[in-house]
Design a protein around this ligand. Sequence first.
Ligand SMILES: Cc1cc2nc3c(=O)[nH]c(=O)nc-3n(C[C@H](O)[C@H](O)[C@H](O)COP(=O)(O)O)c2cc1C
Length: 199
Amino acid sequence: MKKSLFIIILLSVVGYMSAQDIQLVPPNRTGGKPLMDALNARQTHRNFEKKNLPPQILSDMLWAAYGFNREDKRTVPSSQNKQEVDVYVMFSTGIYFYDAKDNKLVLKEKGDFRAALGQPNISNNASLSLIYVINLDKNKRDAGLIDTGFSVQNVYLYCASAGLGAVARGSFTRPDLHNAMKLTDQQEIALVQAIGYVK
Ligand SMILES: Cc1cc2nc3c(=O)[nH]c(=O)nc-3n(C[C@H](O)[C@H](O)[C@H](O)COP(=O)(O)O)c2cc1C
């Protein structure tokens, strides 16, 4: 009895780091710091503790980045409502696609691909890195780059509110990351954003 309880608790804490798809807990869409406080606290952090995000924080952060806050529309605007950006999550264990409709992370590539992110002093200590990918068959590149900025700022503000750190990162090696993610020539990585607990 004690053993099975322990396993249930363990799974609920580390379950989202398993090798298969990860069902996220429902995002908590209320609370947090007042907007002006979050704006006042927003800043870039680059030194992180090696620590996983708890399931609720993970879900809330992804919802802030690109979740749906109405039937078919999201927490961020997009040019002509094309919603051409996809958000991927890279953990030490693999790369996942954020399926905001089903509120889950879909395993794309299993393994540790963090070397492809560059800046190992940041990438290897962050809890995770978000990778923003433009679908060029849905919208123009320029629109995708601009629209990515809204998600990046939402995450910066969420992190400021939740006591986490974040850094937007343009200094990754594009071909390495593109290959690691097995992206097509109709997909382009716009930006990376590392998230973690500030050291
Ligand atoms: C498009 C973009 C790319 C960035 N790329 C990197 C990067 O590769 N590495 C890094 O350490 N910081 C990067 N930053 C973070 C900036 O250096 C940071 O936002 C800037 O110094 C201002 O600091 P603040 O965010 O604390 O206001 C990037 C920021 C943006 C908006």
